[in-house]
Write a protein of this length. Structure first.
Length: 206
């Protein structure tokens, strides 16, 4: 019997900036994505994260916002209300871009950490396009990936605890595209990093 061939995974580093903790009452204001690499039966191959990218700024979907959350991105809600893309248009363009760059592979959204960005991204995709090119679970959290490879508790993970050779050269700016590109570099290094090995204890003397 022939083994079933598994489709490659195309890893897309995604970062969003929002004005609150959850989608619906609050808004996703910008969305950036970069192709980070592909993994198949032969292993992982990194891509140039600046080569294939996507970026949009969106109109807010409500009047509510958390000032502290808005301040992180530095985006102007009044400007976005006038000039930002309609969410339905921006998310349709994003879904089309994902399908284009992942032709022949299964797209996987990657983030550091992924849960916050995934929550907004998935909600917006379903709300404004009716579905998600990632399915309901095509998401990889880089913090979890590092914790598993480093053999440390997840809640102990922070970039400052990582080996220097894993850290991206690019700065984290809280601009969604800048950060998506930065995170793509981190993902590539994490995928290629062998991790921490644990020596088996010697068997007791008999």
């Amino acid at each position: 019997m022939c083994a079933r061939r598994v489709r490659p995974s195309l890893y897309l580093s995604v970062d969003i900036e929002a004005d609150g903790p959850i989608p619906g009452p609050y808004s996703m204001l910008s969305l950036g994505a970069a192709v980070a690499g592909v993994q198949d039966a032969d292993g992982f191959r990194a891509a140039d994260p600046e080569e294939r990218t996507f970026y949009r700024e969106l109109k807010p979907i409500s009047t509510e916002f958390v000032p502290e959350a808005l301040a992180v991105s530095g985006l102007d809600r009044e400007r976005l209300a006038a000039e930002g893309a309609e969410p339905a248009v921006a998310l349709a363009e994003f879904a089309a871009w994902v399908r284009e760059v992942s032709e022949g592979a299964q797209p996987v959204m990657c983030g550091y950490p992924a849960p916050y960005d995934w929550t907004f991204l998935y909600w917006y995709l379903v709300r404004f396009t009716g579905g998600s090119p990632f399915g309901h679970s095509g998401c990889l959290d880089m913090k979890t990936l590092y914790a598993a490879k480093a053999r440390v508790p997840l809640r102990a993970v922070a970039k400052r605890t990582m080996p220097p050779e894993l850290l991206p050269r690019r700065r984290h700016t809280h601009h969604a595209l800048d950060d998506a590109v930065e995170q793509a570099e981190l993902l590539a290094r994490l995928m290629e990093w062998p991790g921490v090995t644990v020596n088996n204890p010697s068997p007791p003397a008999g």
